[in-house]
Design a protein around this ligand. Structure first.
Ligand code: FAD
Length: 584
């Protein structure tokens, strides 16, 4: 690998290297954990069947106390807390599977649980000291304390580094004085444990004072903490979302999570880790709504046939099945990478979040379409799940920001490499003779790999498509950097295309890996549909990759930018048809 950092499959792919050893064989859950998980799921299902009424939660915009207490008593607030602190100690894979399961029952409950553990107390698990963990994790696992992750502010959403909350050290009293406010915080109305990000002045080695982000444990009982009114939302109505205000709150020094000034990294790594829970929950909701939709199209007759007999309906069912399978393959491959602990999974987690939230959104929309007018009626779950799922493309990093992240973080190594080569070639004699030692080493490290390991012959075609388009994506990324240099950061439409290509490639390789392992386990005969899905997905995916790469060089980006600027300046749609000027 060119960089000393942990290996990343997708970053290497942008550099033309296929680290297939990270993805094959497809990870398998530990047998004992799989059995335990089944028991936990059965317990949850029984509880949900008895107590969780999603329509009521949606209408009353509240998760009843009986449900909250039941979730706490059964231990669902501590799914990812290590056993020694009183939690279930699920692996990342186990946790994501559980959130998928819960997301398939009620998204408001899933978001309450995810806000609490995917992000609310995740910083404590990842970066907390033993003392901090001992003090808080047992209470968080039991649900005695509910957690929130507090980053967003009125002036800082996507641009999280722009937060204005301030923490100033009072050395005499050993406390920080925290001031600021946070907006749209999940669980704010019920949380006692707040992971708060705020800026503190830090003196660097040169004696200069800079404002840097730190992460703090703030508890609801601290003087000066208050909560705003509950937001009235489109969906996820049962989950609490509100503002939080901090006025001269005294936060003890020992409540800093991680190193002072390193809080931005904490914030981003929590989100990296949390994104898979949201991805699983999104797919769970789609799987849930497919059941009644499939039953409906099997029964409902029009033009003398059942809806399921019509080709356009078949296409919808097949497409959502393919998309679900491919996305699920990405998610559990990535959770397997997280569980290994020696791999950088940040790009893959972002890819899963983007793909899963969009696949779920499109799939739920198609389910609603397949059941026709009935899908628009409140007594059926379709409209609710659409409303509940809409925000998944907005929070935990909007899908636009994540696409930028996928490309810009993905091409960073390649950019460094090209820069070094460029610098080396500036010497008096042109050619490799003037390469610096550093650049020579980079070249040696970067032997381009064009092939992945052999897979079952039924997947051979998909493998070749993956290899071909992985190579083309690498060349396209290289051209992008060489053409645009530092300006790559402003070429967002191209970044989006490269990200979409990378997501499709990761979907292809995840599906191939999963089906290859399934065939090895069960035999080809028993994997007929899985093989079909892997091949159709690969065929659809490479065509999308090709289109995205073609549009890297040939596109209407300039005109699109100009037209948008014109429209924003106008402030309204100015192209009236006859007699419609009154609308302008
Ligand atoms: C129900 C709900 C729950 C939430 N829970 C939490 C929580 O628990 N904790 C927390 O900290 N936050 C939470 N949030 C906040 C959430 O994370 C933010 O809404 C999100 O990060 C986006 O910020 P914003 O809404 O300010 O949008 P903006 O940043 O203003 O973005 C608006 C639009 O512009 C796009 N955009 C922005 N910058 C760029 C760019 N450079 N290029 C292209 N497009 C761009 C965005 O993608 C988006 O489409 C929650 C939000 C909601 C709605």
């Amino acid at each position: 690998m060119p960089s000393k950092a942990l290996p990343s499959f997708s970053k290497a792919l942008f550099s033309g290297i296929l680290l297939d050893e990270l993805l094959f064989p497809y990870p398998k859950m530990d047998k004992e954990e799989a059995e335990n998980l089944k028991l936990v799921q059965e317990t949850f299902k029984k509880f949900a069947d008895d107590k969780i009424d999603s329509q009521k939660i949606d209408e009353e915009a509240h998760i009843p106390d009986e449900v909250m207490n039941g979730l706490k008593e059964l231990g669902f607030m501590g799914l990812s807390v290590p056993e020694k602190y009183g939690g279930f100690g699920l692996s990342n894979t186990g946790y994501v599977k559980m959130l998928e399961f819960i997301g398939g029952t009620d998204p408001s409950v899933a978001i309450m649980l995810g806000g609490h553990q995917s992000i609310g107390y995740k910083a404590l698990i990842l970066y907390g000291t033993d003392e901090q963990k001992k003090k808080y994790l047992p209470k968080l696992a039991s649900g005695e304390m509910v957690a929130s992750y507090c980053l967003t502010e009125p002036g800082a959403g996507s641009d999280a580094a722009g937060i204005q909350s301030k923490a100033v050290r009072d050395e005499k009293r050993g406390v920080y004085i925290l001031n600021g406010n946070k907006q749209w915080i999940t669980n704010a109305g019920i949380a006692d444990f707040l992971t708060v990000f705020a800026k503190e002045p830090i003196t660097d080695k040169d004696g200069k004072v800079k404002e840097k982000i730190s992460a703090f444990i703030v508890t609801r009982d601290m003087k000066g903490v208050s909560v705003g009114k509950e937001e009235n939302k489109l969906g996820l109505k049962g989950s609490s979302t509100a503002s939080l205000f901090f006025e001269d709150v005294e936060v003890p020094f020992e409540n800093v999570i991680g190193e002072p000034g390193k809080g931005f990294k904490v914030a981003m790594n929590v989100l990296n880790a949390g994104r898979l829970g949201l991805s699983g929950g999104s797919l769970g909701a789609l799987k849930h709504v497919m059941r009644p939709a499939l039953a409906h199209i099997k029964e409902r007759r029009q033009f003398g046939k059942t809806l399921s007999e019509f080709e356009m309906i078949k296409e919808k069912v097949a497409q959502m099945t393919i998309d679900l399978f491919a996305t699920e393959s990405m998610i559990y491959l990535t959770s397997g990478l997280m569980d290994r602990g020696d791999v950088d999974y940040s790009l893959e987690a972002a890819m899963c979040k983007v793909r899963a939230t969009e696949v779920a959104w499109n799939g739920i929309n198609e389910c609603l379409q397949m059941v026709g007018g009935l899908g628009f009626m409140k007594e059926y779950p379709y409209q609710r799940l659409m409303r509940d799922g809409r925000v998944n493309m907005i929070f935990e990093g909007t899908n636009e920001i994540l696409r930028m992240f996928i490309t810009l973080a993905g091409i960073r190594d390649e950019g460094e490499y090209l820069k070094k080569i460029g610098e080396a070639l500036k010497g008096p004699i042109k050619g490799f003779g003037v390469l610096t030692d550093y650049a020579t080493q980079w070249l040696k490290d970067r032997v381009m790999t064009e092939h992945i390991r052999d897979v079952h012959p039924s997947l051979a075609n998909a493998k070749v498509q993956f290899e071909t388009w992985a190579k083309n994506t690498h060349f396209s990324a290289e051209r992008f950097i060489m053409h645009h240099g530092k300006n790559v950061i402003y070429r967002e439409m191209r970044q989006e295309r490269l990200a979409n290509a990378a997501i499709d490639l990761f979907g292809m390789i995840s599906t191939i890996s999963r089906v290859d392992s399934l065939i090895a386990e069960k035999g080809e005969e028993k994997c007929k549909h899985e093989i079909m899905i892997a091949n159709v997905f690969a065929d659809q995916a490479w065509r999308r990759v090709r289109r995205n790469l073609l549009m890297m060089d040939s596109n209407a980006d300039r005109q699109m930018g100009e037209l948008s600027d014109f429209m924003v300046k106008q402030g309204f749609y100015p192209f009236a048809t006859e007699s419609m000027e009154i609308l302008l």
